[in-house]
Structure formats: structure tokens, C-alpha cells
Unconditional design. Structure first.
Length: 64
């Protein structure tokens, strides 16, 4: 997903995600898109499930 929409502004990413969902949502098992956009997910190669990128990247606090 990031290869197609990573350089888009946030509003366009959301619109892209919604359009893609409307095109393939009835033919694919998509993750819940209530909180996150489709581009916030990756397909895990091991089992074909959806995973959030956010859970893959550690949260780092930086001192100001």
C-alpha cells in the first residue's frame, strides 16, 4: 500500500483507502477500518493476516 500512497498527503491517503475498500471490500477479507486506514496495515507473509505497522515500530520518546 505504501508503494502506491506513501507520498500522498494524509487526506488523500484516507480517500485512497476508502476507494480501494469500496472496490475490493466485497471480494477480500479486509481489516477493520474504523480507526485506521487500509494503508496503515500490512499483509503478513507467514499467514496472510493483516497487521498494523504501528505495532511493528517501537515507540521512542525523544527529549526536547
Amino acid at each position: 500500500m505504501w508503494g502506491l500512497s506513501g507520498s500522498m498527503r494524509l487526506a488523500l491517503r484516507s480517500e485512497f483507502s476508502k476507494r480501494l475498500e469500496s472496490l475490493v471490500g466485497s471480494t477480500m477479507d479486509l481489516p477493520s477500518l474504523d480507526v485506521y486506514c487500509l494503508i496503515d496495515y500490512e499483509v503478513k507473509i507467514e499467514d496472510g493476516s493483516w497487521g498494523l505497522y504501528k505495532k511493528k515500530v517501537p515507540n521512542v520518546d525523544i527529549d526536547p
